[in-house]
Write a protein that binds this ligand. Structure first.
Ligand code: CMC
Length: 392
C-alpha cells in the first residue's frame, strides 16, 4: 500500500533483483551470468548455457558430462503423450500443443512438483529441458501428419531433436552437422532475456507457488503472441507477402509509417534495446553463411536485408531507435533447416526453457519474493444502486 504509481506495460518498474541476465539496451550488450552472448555463441553449447543459467556458473570438468548425460537420459516421453498430441487437430498451432503438453507433464511426474525441495526442483529442471524438444518434434510431425518418433541417444541433444523432427517414416536420417551447429547457436541466443513478457509471466504464476511446469506453460502462452516470440513467424509471413506482391518494400514501409492498423515492421524494435540487438547481429551474420552452406540461398533474405537497409536510413526508425531484434533473421534459418513457419515460435520456446527455469528457481529461493499482485488506478463508475431489469 501507500502511493500507487501508474506504469502501463511496466516500463519503469523493476519487480525483482536478478543475477542472471544483464542487458545494456543503449549499447546493445547482453550477458548471461556475466558472459557476453558473443563468447557463448562462439564457444559454448546450448546444454552448457542451460547449466550456466540454471546453476549460476559454467559446469566444471566432469560436471558437464554428468549434466548432459542426465538431460539426454530423460528425453523420452510416456507413450500417452503421443495420444495427447495426436488428439489435436492436425492444423492445431504447435504452440497450443506445446503449452498443453507442458501443462500435462506434472500429471505424469507428480514427484517433481514441490517448488521448495532442491532435489525435486533439479529433477523438474532436467525433465523440462529434456522433454521440450521431444514434445516440439512430436508437434512438428503431428502437423505434417507423420508418425511421431521418440528419442534415440548418442547423437546429441540438438542432433536428436533434428532427427525426431525430420527423419522420414521408416527411413534413415543423417544429421547434418551444419544444421546442428546452427540450431545449437540459435537456442543459445534465445536462452534468456531477463524480465520479458513470458519470463515475467513465469515469475508471476510461480509467485503463487504454482509448480515449475504450470509456470513455464503460462510462459509458453505468453511467448506465442506476435509482439513477443510469435514475431519470428510474423516476420516470415511479412517477407513472403512482400515477395508475393512483387518484392517492392516501399509500399509496405509506407503503411508501417502511416501506422495502418496492425501493420508494423515485424522483427524490429525492442522495449530495452535502443541499439542493434546483439543477438540479431549474430543471426544475420550466420544466416548468410548457413544458407550458403546448406545450399539454400533465399530471396527472402535479400528482402529482409533490403528492409533493414531502408529502415536504418529512415527518419521514422532513426527517431524511434528501432533496430532489428532477434526475430528478424531467425525464421530464415529455421526455414532453411526445413521447419514450417508455425514451428518457429516453438523453437524459440525450446531455447527459452533454461531462462524461464533459471528465473523461476531464482525467485523461489529469494526471500524477498512475494506473490505478484500489481495495483490499479480505478477509473470506473462511482458507487451506485442496482436497478431492476424492468427499470433499465
Ligand atoms: N514497426 C513500426 N513502428 C514501431 C515498431 C515496429 N516494429 N516498434 C515500435 N514502433 C513505434 C511505435 O509505433 C511507437 O511509435 P510512437 O512513439 O510514434 O507512438 C514507438 O515506435 C515506440 O514503440 P512502442 O510500441 O511504444 O514500444 P514498446 O517498447 O512498447 O514495444 C515491441 C516493443 C517489441 C513490442 C515493438 O517494438 C513491436 O511491436 N515490434 C514488432 C514486434 C516484434 O518484433 N517483437 C519481437 C520483440 S524481440 C524478441 C521477443 O520478445 O520475442
Amino acid at each position: 500500500t501507500g502511493v500507487v504509481t501508474y506504469d502501463p506495460g511496466f516500463m519503469n518498474t523493476a519487480s525483482v533483483e536478478s543475477a542472471i541476465t544483464y542487458i545494456d539496451g543503449d549499447e546493445g550488450v547482453l550477458l548471461y551470468r556475466g558472459y557476453p552472448i558473443e563468447e557463448l555463441a562462439a564457444h559454448s553449447s546450448f546444454l552448457e548455457v542451460s547449466y550456466l543459467l540454471t546453476h549460476g556458473e559454467l559446469p566444471k570438468h566432469g560436471q558437464l558430462e554428468g549434466w548432459v548425460e542426465r538431460v539426454e537420459r530423460h528425453t523420452h516421453l510416456h507413450d500417452n503423450f503421443k495420444a495427447l498430441i495426436g488428439a489435436f487437430p492436425a492444423n492445431a498451432h504447435p504452440m497450443a500443443v506445446l503449452s498443453s503438453a507442458v501443462s500435462a507433464l506434472p500429471g505424469y511426474y507428480p514427484e517433481s512438483v514441490d517448488p521448495f525441495d532442491p532435489q525435486t526442483v533439479e529433477l523438474a529442471t532436467v525433465l523440462l529441458l529434456a522433454k521440450a524438444p521431444t514434445i516440439a518434434a512430436y508437434a512438428h510431425r503431428r502437423a505434417l501428419g507423420q508418425q511421431m518418433i521418440g528419442p534415440h541417444r548418442g547423437i546429441g541433444y540438438v542432433g536428436d531433436f533434428l532427427r525426431m523432427a525430420f527423419q522420414p517414416n521408416g527411413a534413415l536420417y543423417e544429421v547434418d552437422p551444419v544444421m546442428v551447429k546452427a540450431l545449437d547457436l540459435l537456442l543459445i541466443l534465445h536462452a534468456d532475456h531477463e524480465q520479458n513478457c513470458s519470463t515475467s509471466t513465469v515469475r508471476i504464476v510461480g509467485s503463487s507457488h504454482a509448480n515449475l511446469y504450470a509456470s513455464v506453460s503460462a510462459g509458453i502462452n505468453a511467448l506465442s503472441g506476435p509482439l513477443h516470440g510469435g514475431a519470428n513467424e510474423a516476420v516470415l509471413r511479412m517477407l513472403t507477402e512482400i515477395r508475393d506482391s512483387g518484392g517492392d518494400a516501399s509500399d509496405f514501409m509506407r503503411r508501417v509509417k502511416d501506422k495502418e492498423a496492425g501493420v508494423r515492421l515485424m522483427g524490429f524494435g525492442h522495449r530495452v534495446y535502443k541499439n542493434y540487438d546483439p543477438r540479431a547481429a549474430i543471426v544475420k551474420k550466420m544466416a548468410d553463411e548457413v544458407l550458403s552452406k546448406l545450399g539454400k540461398r533465399d530471396d527472402l533474405l535479400d528482402i529482409a536485408m533490403g528492409l533493414e537497409d531502408i529502415a536504418l536510413n529512415d527518419d521514422y526508425f532513426i527517431e524511434r531507435k528501432l533496430y532489428p531484434n532477434v526475430d528478424f533473421y531467425t525464421g530464415l534459418l529455421y526455414k532453411a533447416m526445413g521447419f514450417q513457419t508455425r514451428m518457429f515460435t516453438p523453437l524459440f520456446a525450446v531455447g527459452r526453457m533454461p531462462g524461464w527455469i533459471a528465473q523461476w528457481r531464482e525467485m523461489m529461493k529469494d526471500p524477498a519474493t512475494k506473490i505478484g499482485r500489481p495495483r490499479q488506478v480505478y477509473v470506473g463508475p462511482q458507487r451506485r444502486s442496482y436497478t431492476e431489469l424492468e427499470d433499465r
